[in-house]
Write a protein of this length. Structure first.
Length: 193
């Protein structure tokens, strides 16, 4: 039996810009709840035939997945397929009055490693992607930020990295509340507050 998880959201931004950001693998660890690291063709939008690897956290531990860009129509759709396992993820981008209707469909979820693909994790991840893309586009609209003449704030001791650790802790707590055991383990491994 083959199953899938289809999700969609409207992202405030032009299709080409949303496509170019959403298909850069380097951003994966910033938006996908389970992605820990990526390697390969990661520093630009997808191109046909690109290959990359993703290290994800599962209920069974860390798993490395190898992906290949199988279908590509710039600004409209992309499909990435697992290299050694069944499974694929399709992205589509459609211009709508509010910006870009982004769809992400995870296919063949029955064959995925244990605990990887659950609807709550994917829903949270797509919401994170929306926030990331809109944040990048908003920053680009503002233009470059020039250094101020004020002295820089000294970093705080104790792991405060400008809120990223706090944000990670909140995301993991939400996923842990949904009952994902790998996320519970990650939450417990974060530095104490």
């Amino acid at each position: 039996m083959t199953s899938s998880i289809p999700l969609e959201t409207t992202i405030n931004g032009p299709v080409q810009h949303v496509f170019d950001i959403a298909t850069q693998v380097r951003f994966g660890p910033k938006w996908h709840v389970l992605t820990r690291a990526v390697t390969g063709a990661i520093d630009r939008p997808f191109l046909p035939g690109d290959e990359f690897s993703e290290c994800i956290r599962t209920a069974d531990g860390t798993v490395e997945l190898a992906w290949r860009v199988a279908e590509h129509e710039r600004g409209r759709r992309v499909t990435i397929e697992l290299v050694d396992l069944p499974g694929s993820i399709s992205y589509t981008f459609e211009e709508v009055p509010e910006g870009t209707l982004f769809r992400r469909v995870v296919n063949d979820t029955d064959e995925a490693p244990s605990g990887v693909v659950i609807a709550d994790t994917e829903t949270t991840s797509v919401a994170n992607l929306k926030a990331l893309v809109e944040g990048i586009l908003a920053q680009e609209k503002k233009g470059p930020v020039l250094p101020s003449s004020r002295p820089r704030e000294q970093p705080r001791v104790g792991g405060d990295d400008g809120g990223e650790l706090r944000e990670s802790r909140q995301l993991l707590a939400r996923a842990a509340h949904a009952g994902h055991p790998a996320v519970i383990e990650d939450l417990e491994s974060l530095p104490a507050r």
